[in-house]
Every structure is written in structure tokens, then in C-alpha cells.
Design a protein around this ligand. Structure first.
Ligand SMILES: [Zn+2]
Length: 286
């Protein structure tokens, strides 16, 4: 019997109470996923994978992604969570839940407040009946490709009063904030808005999460964790690590186009990176 995946909520509630965070590591390939799971196992931390629509496609659909994560779960004795990241509509989330996802994000943050509330609440109702955790997003998280002024960037950030209202009206379990991080690679020094986070965390008691973890200065991340951030999404860094390692190894003598040579360095580098981030985020609980 394949092991069931875990819902996310209880782990992040604990993290908020005890002021630590989990990394959400992008899952797009079984071998690389296993490299990170071995670290979680060694540190006795939950293995939290995030997976977007594009990565799901490369697994050949939601059921296969769930099957791959369940196979990881059979190989470790820590909880394994597969979190649907930035799913945009009810239909795709329903498909994910019906396929065995126990944790989903509905990202309706591009809609006006009321519509974001309505779309998120609809997902919460369906998900909670199935025991599935739901992350919503309020405020827009910029992409690294977007060019804007500091004022424009600040205007996209999460409003503390709206955040409290959003949580109350949707019943969401976890809230993704926009507080200055960006998706992808930073082209300018990131400014994490800690005062804003502090205000939000005074008004909102559920676990808060930060996207765009790659390249965010570590001292800022540690500070954000003190004020309620319980999950940091990491994707860009992982792609860079695998891209660099697999490119470098091909220049080495004796590479010989063997799969073992192609994967070994990336596998090792990912594990090193994951251990560093997990230790940083887990802080004093390790
Ligand atoms: Zn994100």
C-alpha cells in the first residue's frame, strides 16, 4: 500500500507557534526530489514539495505526480507533502484534489479583492471536505521580468487590514503575502518589507508564507520567520543548481554521456543546498 501524502496545515501551524519555517522545494523530477528527501529524512523534518502546473505536465498529469511523491514517502519516515503551487482556478484544483493532493494553493491574487475572496472561498469549501489544506494569496508577487518603480512595487504589496478580512471571509489555512520578494531571479537588491510583515502578523494568526525565496538575503529570511513566515518557496535556485551542475559535468574528461555522471553532481549539489536552507529555516528546532 502506497503511503498517503500529508496535508500541510498542521505543520505550518506548528511552525508559526514555534517560530520556524519549512522550505517548499520545487518537485519536477523523481531523482532530484529524492536527493532533497534524503536530507529531510536525516534532519527529521517534513519533506515539503511544491509543484506548479508546468511541472505536473512533465510528470504526465496530477496522478503521476502524486504517485511519484507517494513513492518518495515510502522511502522515508518523515511526512511528505505535495503542495499544488499557484493553481489558478477551481477546475484545476479539483483535479489535483481528486488525484490525491492534500495541499493546494489557489492563486486568485490577480483579481479584485471581492473576486479573490469568492474564488478562494469556493476552493476552501471543496478542499476542507476532503481534509486538504488551502493556501490563498493576497497582494501581487512580482516576477523578475517586471520593471517598476519602488512605489509601484510597494502598491502591489499585501495590505494588513485586507489580509485580516481575507482570512476571515475565505477560511483559508495559509496566506501567501507580497512583501517585496519576486519570482525568479533578482535584478536589483531585494527589499523585504519587514514592518509591513510585522503589521500583518499582528492581525493575522494563521501561518504566513513567502514566495520568491531564491536569492532573498538570508538575514532577511531569518527576520521574516520571526514574524510569522512559515514557508519559503524555493524553485529558481534549484533549477540553477541542476542547470550548472549538468552543464559543468559535460565538460569533464571521461563524462562519457552516462546518466550516473550527468546526475551525480546535481544530486549532491541539491542535497547540500537543501540542507543549508532547511537548517536556516528550521533554526532552533533542530
Ligand atoms: Zn510563487
Amino acid at each position: 500500500m502506497a503511503k498517503e501524502l500529508n496535508a500541510l496545515k498542521e505543520y505550518l501551524v506548528d511552525a508559526r507557534e514555534r517560530k520556524y519555517a519549512l522550505g517548499g522545494f520545487c518537485f519536477w523530477n523523481y531523482a532530484y526530489g529524492m536527493s532533497i528527501a534524503e536530507v529531510a529524512q536525516r534532519l527529521k523534518l517534513p519533506m515539503l514539495y511544491i509543484i506548479g502546473d508546468a511541472e505536473v505536465k512533465f510528470f504526465g498529469g496530477e496522478r503521476n505526480a502524486v504517485a511519484a511523491a507517494r513513492t518518495v514517502a515510502e522511502n522515508v519516515d518523515v511526512p511528505v507533502i505535495l503542495h499544488a503551487d499557484h493553481f489558478r482556478d477551481f477546475e484545476s484544483i479539483k483535479r489535483a484534489i481528486d488525484a490525491g493532493f492534500r495541499s493546494v494553493m489557489i492563486d486568485a491574487s490577480s483579481y479584485p479583492f471581492e473576486e479573490n475572496v469568492a474564488r478562494t472561498a469556493e476552493v476552501v469549501e471543496y478542499a476542507h471536505k476532503a481534509g486538504v489544506s488551502v493556501e490563498g494569496e493576497l497582494g501581487r508577487i512580482a516576477g523578475s521580468e517586471q520593471k517598476m518603480s519602488v512605489d509601484e512595487a510597494e502598491a502591489m504589496q499585501t495590505d494588513p487590514d485586507e489580509a485580516a478580512l481575507f482570512v476571515e471571509q475565505t477560511g483559508v489555512d495559509i496566506l501567501a503575502l507580497s512583501i517585496g520578494t519576486v519570482h525568479g531571479e533578482y535584478r536589483f537588491p531585494p527589499r523585504i518589507n519587514i514592518p509591513r510583515l510585522q503589521k500583518i502578523s499582528e492581525k493575522v494568526s494563521i501561518p504566513l508564507v513567502m514566495h520568491g525565496g531564491s536569492g532573498t538575503p538570508e538575514e532577511k529570511v531569518a527576520e521574516a520567520v520571526k514574524y510569522g513566515i512559515t514557508k519559503l518557496n524555493l524553485a529558481t535556485d534549484l533549477v540553477k543548481i541542476v542547470g550548472k551542475a549538468t552543464a559543468a559535468v559535460q565538460q569533464q574528461e571521461g563524462f562519457g554521456y552516462s546518466v550516473a555522471n550527468l546526475y551525480a553532481q546535481a544530486y549532491k549539489d541539491l542535497a547540500e543546498y537543501a540542507e543549508h536552507k532547511m537548517r536556516l529555516l528550521a533554526g532552533s528546532i533542530l
